[in-house]
Design a protein around this ligand. Structure first.
Ligand code: NAD
Ligand code: GLY
Length: 358
């Protein structure tokens, strides 16, 4: 097992990465000195596979868990579902010391984290991410929230979990398309922070694609380490944390303008990263060779790297971009790369360059 520490003063926590961790969920929670009552929030797909093991482990360690299951999918990430969770927590008399376990992908993690942040003005929560995307990104760093009709993640809170338990065995049932979608965020860490990781991904892609456990352990732990370092320096995204959004301004707009569900998050982010790389060349002089390596690694991973748009779709996409949370003073700001492994945030991009890149 690998352990990565997120250092945030009295809100610090460990991320544990390895195989066979879910049966130890109860014992791990027991070390956190939480109340007896807890709720496992999961979705309809993940619950079928892993809720029993989670509940059994919690009960064996003396906890009294209840199960809350939401429908699987991005459409569940909305206020109406949050309210249903509050009602069930209240019905089961969860109190201040009680805690929530978020068992699932980024949808469950974001939603359950937001429920934990706001129910009784905040109760502890533990992340048990079961998708690659959730293990390397969404479960770490405390961004929680839900979507509005007008945009993704427009309501939320920074609220850190008490523990993140990344059980690599949960990937055994993860559909191929979901797994590959997570690789887009993995590649992102190489681009924004770690040229050595990027080169390792290029070399070890075949092993990653066959979900080799040791390769996965090292890659997931390295991504978590990078995220922990960034979040440790800038928890609430007043500066550096923005680098984690490389490719996301365009990616979120693709998700939003095409209707949530057409593209998976990682797929949209993959297209967004290639567009951001092209912009980077024009604005910061990113070498063509680096653009080629980024595009090729994403393509070899099985991810889409471009999108065809008619004029109406293009307008929709640009409108969606203006609604992005990273808009400041009416201007969309971008994270752009100088070279693989080094990026700048807060970059302004002339509209005509943006139009060419998308
Ligand atoms: P997801 O949670 O919808 O999971 C994808 C699908 O896989 C779902 O159908 C789910 O039921 C299923 N699934 C999950 N784990 C499984 C497993 N082990 N076996 C079988 N099926 C499984 O999607 P996701 O890609 O994990 O997360 C996407 C969400 O994460 C988006 O809402 C995005 O905005 C959010 N996100 C948040 C952050 C953050 O910092 N908070 C960062 C990146 C993304
Ligand atoms: N996924 C972006 C962030 O956590 O800041």
């Amino acid at each position: 097992m690998r352990i990565v520490q997120v250092s945030l003063g009295n809100r610090s926590y460990a991320i544990k990465v390895g195989g066979g961790l879910l049966p130890h969920l109860g014992a791990e929670c027991a070390q956190l000195k939480l109340g007896h009552r807890c709720a496992v929030i999961t979705d309809s797909n993940v619950g079928k596979r892993f809720a029993k093991a989670a509940l059994k482990s919690l009960s064996a360690s003396g906890f009294e868990p209840v199960l809350i299951t939401i429908p699987a999918g991005e459409k569940s990430k909305r206020i109406a579902v949050v309210e249903k969770c509050y009602d069930q927590l209240a019905e089961h008399r969860l109190e201040r010391k009680s805690f929530i376990v978020a068992l699932g992908g980024g949808v469950v993690g974001d939603l359950a984290g937001f429920v934990a942040a706001t129910y009784l003005r905040g109760i502890p929560f533990v992340q048990v991410p079961t998708t690659l995307l959730a293990q390397v990104d969404s479960s770490v760093g405390g961004k929680t929230g839900v979507n509005l009709k007008s945009g993704k993640n427009l309501v939320g809170a920074f609220y850190q979990p008490r523990l993140v338990l990344c059980d690599l065995d949960t990937f055994k049932t993860l559909p191929k398309r979901e797994y590959i979608s997570g690789l887009a965020e993995v590649v992102k860490y190489g681009i924004i922070y770690d040229a050595v990781l990027f080169a390792q991904l290029e070399r070890n892609l075949a092993k990653l694609l066959r979900r080799d456990r040791l390769t996965l352990r090292d890659v997931v732990a390295r991504c978590c380490e990078i995220k922990a370092e960034v979040v440790g320096q800038d928890e609430t995204e007043s500066g550096l944390r923005a680098i984690l959004n490389f490719g996301h301004t365009i990616g979120h707009a693709i998700e939003n303008s095409s209707g949530y569900g057409k593209f998976l998050h990682g797929e949209a982010i993959s297209i967004g990263q290639v567009a951001a790389a092209k912009l980077s060349q024009k604005v910061l002089g990113l070498p063509s060779g680096d653009i080629g390596r980024i595009e090729s690694l994403l393509r070899r991973s099985g991810l889409p790297v471009k999108i065809k748009l008619n004029p109406t779709q293009r307008k929709k996409l640009f409108d969606a971009m203006k609604l992005d949370k990273k808009v400041s003073g009416g201007e969309v700001k971008f994270v752009l790369a100088e070279k693989i492994g080094r990026v700048k945030f807060g970059c302004q991009v002339p509209a005509e360059l943006l139009a060419e890149a998308v």
